[in-house]
Design a protein around this ligand. Structure first.
Ligand code: 13P
Length: 260
C-alpha cells in the first residue's frame, strides 16, 4: 500500500453533527432514526452526532445497531466530585457515549472555559475510552492581525500536552474559525488548507510525521450541502463538523452523502 492510500484508509472521511442546544426529544430521535435508516455499514465514511446531554441515552438506544457515533458536547476533567452542573466521562460512557467535543469556541467564549482545562479534559476522555474531538480556531480579529498560526499552535500544543504519541490516533481536531460559525461565511478552501496544515505540522512536531499523516483534522463553520464537496476536496480536510445544517435530515443527509 502506498503512503497516500494508507493515509486515506486511516483518515476515513468523518461527518459530524453538533446539535448544540437545539432540537427537542422527538426531533432528535426522529433525525437519528432517519440517519440510521439511510446510512449503510459506515465503511466509507464515519458519521457521528454530538447531542445535548439530556437526550444522549435516548439517542444511544435509537442508534443502537447502526454505525452512528454518539458524542457529548462537553465533559469535566475529574471523574466525580463537587462540580454542580457538570458531567463526567464515566457518566457519559455509562449512557453509551463514545466521543466528546472539547473546547468548542462557544464553551471557551461564552462560558469562559480556560485553555488549561482542555488537556485535562482530553486526558479524562481518553482514560474512559471516549474519543476526544478538540475544537480550535481563531477570531476575526486574530485573523486580521495575522495571528492564525500562533493561535492554532498555542491551542493545539497546550491541549495535547498530556497525550502520548500512541494515543493520538484516538483523537481528532476540528478547525472552526470563530468568524465562520453560524455566520454563513465559510472559510475558502485555501484558508482551510492553510489552517489544517498548521494543525498537522504541530502534530508532526510533537509526535512525528507518521502520526501526523494518519491524524484527522475536520473543518467546521457554516458547512452546507453547497460547500461540503469543495471543502472535502482540500487534501488536508478529513471531515466536517456541522452545526445549523445538521439539524434537519434534508440539510444534513446531502452533506453526509456528498460526492467524492
Ligand atoms: P455552523 O455549522 O452552524 O456554522 O456551526 C459550526 C459549529 O460550531 C460546529 O461545531
Amino acid at each position: 500500500m502506498s503512503q497516500s492510500e494508507d493515509s486515506s484508509v486511516l483518515r476515513k472521511p468523518y461527518i459530524a453533527a453538533n446539535w448544540k442546544m437545539n432540537l427537542d426529544r422527538a426531533k432528535a430521535l426522529d433525525l437519528t432514526k432517519t440517519l440510521k435508516a439511510r446510512l449503510g455499514d459506515g465503511d466509507d465514511r464515519e458519521v457521528a452526532v454530538f447531542a445535548p446531554f439530556v437526550y444522549l441515552a435516548d439517542v444511544a438506544a435509537v442508534s443502537q445497531g447502526s454505525p452512528i457515533g454518539l458524542g457529548a458536547q462537553n465533559v469535566h476533567w475529574e471523574k466525580s466530585g463537587a462540580f454542580t452542573g457538570e458531567t463526567s466521562a464515566p457518566m457519559l460512557r455509562d449512557v453509551g457515549v463514545d466521543r466528546v467535543l472539547i473546547g468548542h469556541s462557544e464553551r471557551r467564549q461564552i462560558f469562559l472555559e480556560k485553555e488549561e482545562w482542555m488537556g485535562r479534559k482530553i486526558r479524562q476522555a481518553l482514560d474512559h475510552d471516549i474519543l476526544p474531538m478538540l475544537c480550535v480556531g481563531e477570531t476575526l480579529d486574530e485573523r486580521k492581525k495575522g495571528k492564525v498560526a500562533a493561535v492554532l499552535r498555542r491551542q493545539v500544543r497546550s491541549a495535547l500536552d498530556w497525550v502520548e504519541a500512541s494515543e493520538i490516533h484516538r483523537l481528532c481536531i476540528a478547525y472552526e474559525p470563530i468568524w465562520a460559525i453560524g455566520t454563513g461565511e465559510v472559510a475558502t478552501p485555501d484558508q482551510a488548507s492553510e489552517a489544517h496544515s498548521i494543525v498537522r505540522d504541530v502534530i508532526a512536531d510533537m509526535f512525528g510525521d507518521a502520526v501526523a499523516g494518519s491524524f484527522r483534522v475536520l473543518y467546521g463553520g457554516s458547512v452546507s450541502k453547497d460547500n461540503v464537496r469543495d471543502l472535502m476536496s482540500v487534501p488536508d480536510v478529513d471531515g466536517v463538523l456541522v452545526g445549523g445544517a445538521s439539524l434537519k435530515a434534508e440539510t444534513f443527509l446531502p452533506i453526509i452523502e456528498y460526492d467524492r
